[in-house]
Write a new protein. Structure first.
Length: 193
């Protein structure tokens, strides 16, 4: 059982799975059968990176504005976003070979970032997006297993990710003229190279 704990703890790490997902994005950036497919993949990667950052920022806003502000202490909104982590509720024995974060658990920043990246790709490339969704799900389940998140923290992170992806897709639509300009520059470089 100790071996399984160490494997799951490695997957729950703040960096391991996100770095692995970003390596998938590097592969997606360069993989294509033709120039048009390559441009589509590259747009998917840009949307994924923007969505991951936006989702992470959205997940941090409640912690910074509500938990970090003394005027909300004692209110219902403070209690929603200042929820203790499982190891704080059930004791440190629930943490399986993992460090004990000290920030509030809701919403899960890791879930927001991982699902933000995966969802953004999934909307443009179902095959790669499905693998990224599996990777995001694995990291989230492993974080529940090691005792740093409740399932509702993960669900909250997923909702934040979906909102962030929606915002990024809207911004890409709004500035599609700029995207077309960038695509034509990339296309000319691709044809010349």
């Amino acid at each position: 059982m100790d071996f399984i704990d160490r494997i799951v703890s490695g997957m729950a790490n703040d960096y391991f799975m996100l770095v692995a997902m970003c390596l998938v994005l590097v592969g997606l950036w360069f993989s294509a059968r033709n120039p048009d497919e390559r441009l589509r993949n590259q747009v998917a990667v840009m949307k994924a990176m923007a969505s991951m950052g936006t989702a992470s920022g959205f997940a941090s806003i409640p912690i910074i504005t509500i938990v970090g502000n003394e005027k909300y202490i004692g209110t219902w909104i403070y209690s929603v976003f200042n929820r203790p982590r499982p190891f704080e509720v059930f004791g440190p024995s629930v943490v399986h070979h993992f460090y004990m974060p000290h920030d509030p658990s809701f919403p899960s920043n890791m879930a927001a970032a991982a699902f933000g990246l995966a969802l953004a790709v999934w909307f443009m490339n179902r095959r790669v997006g499905t693998w990224l969704m599996i990777m995001a799900s694995l990291v989230c389940v492993s974080r529940i297993y090691v005792g740093v998140h409740f399932p509702s923290d993960i669900l909250g992170g997923f909702v934040v990710a979906a909102l962030a992806v929606g915002v990024i897709y809207f911004l890409f639509w709004l500035f599609r003229w700029l995207l077309r300009l960038l695509q034509s520059i990339m296309k000319s470089l691709f044809v010349m190279g």
